[in-house]
Design a protein. Structure first.
Length: 439
């Protein structure tokens, strides 16, 4: 298929900055571009025709103001219709993108002084994964995941994208991250593929485990070494639950901060968002950010990569919610947001600690064991005597308790949605249900 001249221009900029990236793109990624037609003409009109007649974009206005229905705007206070009802740019609101990058650097001090892209706004992190998949994943490409992974990754990249997911055992016998299995899997796939995509999700869904600093350093060392040996590595950090750590041991930074400027064959991609960080799940505001080694003009290189990303968004959902982005931007600028968030994280921490106290009861050891967890929204049990799906259905039917079964042995419990005073009762119900089935 012929590549659009605009896409060719972007490809040339990217190739000059880092030729290995052209090998990492999917066929779609190489063809993507941000159109110069209606959107660029509209942007020009906003700058020069704002006080006259701007007849470029498909919204309705009255007296140069956004047309709206009072029955709609009455539910949106303190945000103008022009900042809530109109289309947002496909890249996302410019001020929000800058605010998020500044916050990202503050939360990840290792990023200071490093060259990264401006985040592009996605319609939540799920959409961010889909955008990444369109741009970098071809049918039969290899994606390396732990055996404890979020099921939607399979739907997005394997079912829809026809890629191959290759799993390794996440936990070692001593209960930590299985570095030996991780390295073995990455090297095994690198032997047979010119490109290997590695997903790193900490805090992990479904287990709620976050690696230690030492484990993080070793993961980065492994990926950098494989890149140095000639394999293109795309390391994707799914940071959906970033910042929700409840103990001292877990790493406090995203691995993205340690990988984004190490080797030209190593592309680091950060997927994060306000979804869990600001407890705004339904606003659907996520971000995708890039970091790698670049020759020449970094700004020009990342601008080309951002344009391809925005082109993908333009060609699918057009743009993320303007209202959602405006709310997130205003909240990030609030003087109270850090204190408010810290209070909610403390509530979650207390639940996690209470959960560990309850599960220390020796009677539970006969029927399940707890996978390591120290962060996030979830924890997992490995059942010893009953089938996970049978237990889930029995809990639902007999005790009106909802949990998630994963495979034959694993049960995921979202302690994020269980108040601290109810945690002991929850596990008593699970224990009774196990005994019911055993009997």
């Amino acid at each position: 298929m012929k590549i659009n001249p605009v896409a060719q221009e972007l490809n040339a900029v990217i190739k000059n900055g880092n030729p290995h990236l052209m090998e990492m793109f999917s066929k779609t990624g190489r063809r993507l571009y941000f159109p110069k037609g209606i959107l660029s003409q509209t942007a020009e009109a906003r700058q020069k025709a704002y006080d006259k007649f701007n007849a470029t974009i498909g919204i309705a206005t009255e007296g140069l103001h956004t047309m709206c229905l009072p029955s709609v705007t009455s539910y949106v206070s303190n945000i103008r219709p022009s900042d809530s009802l109109t289309y947002a740019p496909s890249f996302g609101i410019f001020a929000l993108r800058h605010e998020w990058r500044e916050a990202m650097i503050e939360k990840n001090p290792s990023l200071k002084g490093k060259s990264i892209s401006l985040p592009v706004v996605t319609n939540g992190i799920t959409h961010g994964i889909s955008v990444f998949s369109d741009m970098f994943v071809d049918p039969d490409d290899v994606l390396v995941f732990p055996d404890k992974m979020w099921g939607n990754n399979h739907l997005i990249m394997s079912v829809r994208g026809d890629a191959h997911i290759s799993n390794y055992a996440m936990f070692s016998e001593d209960g930590g991250f299985n570095l030996a299995a991780f390295e073995s899997k990455v090297r095994q796939e690198a032997e047979n593929n010119y490109k290997v995509i590695v997903f790193l999700n900490f805090p992990n869904n479904p287990t709620g485990y976050t690696i230690s600093d030492e484990e993080g350093d070793r993961i980065v060392e492994i990926l950098t070494k494989v890149a140095e040996e000639g394999t293109n590595i795309i390391a994707v950090t799914d940071d959906a639950y970033f910042g929700l750590c409840y103990e001292d041991e877990p790493i406090k930074e995203s691995l993205f901060a340690r990988m984004c400027n190490l080797h030209p064959r190593l592309l680091a991609v950060k997927l994060d968002g306000a979804t869990k960080e600001l407890f705004v799940w339904g606003l659907r505001v996520g971000f995708i950010t890039y970091g790698t080694v670049i020759n020449g003009d970094h700004a020009l290189f990342y601008e080309a990569l951002e344009k391809k990303t925005a082109g993908n968004i333009r060609g699918t959902v057009s743009n993320a919610s303007h209202l959602g982005q405006s709310i997130v931007l205003k909240s990030m600028k609030s003087p109270n947001v850090r204190k408010e968030r810290a209070e909610k994280v403390e509530i979650m921490r207390k639940r996690a600690m209470r959960l560990k106290e309850v599960l220390a009861n020796p009677k539970y050891g006969d029927v399940w064991e707890m996978y390591p967890f120290n962060s996030g929204y979830f924890m997992c049990l490995r059942l010893k005597t009953v089938d996970a799906e049978a237990l889930r259905l029995h809990l639902l039917d007999e005790y009106k308790v909802g949990v998630i079964s994963i495979g034959e042995t694993d049960l995921r419990i979202a302690f994020s949605s269980v108040d601290e005073e109810n945690i002991e009762a929850l596990f008593e119900f699970v224990y009774k249900a196990v005994k019911d089935i055993e009997a």
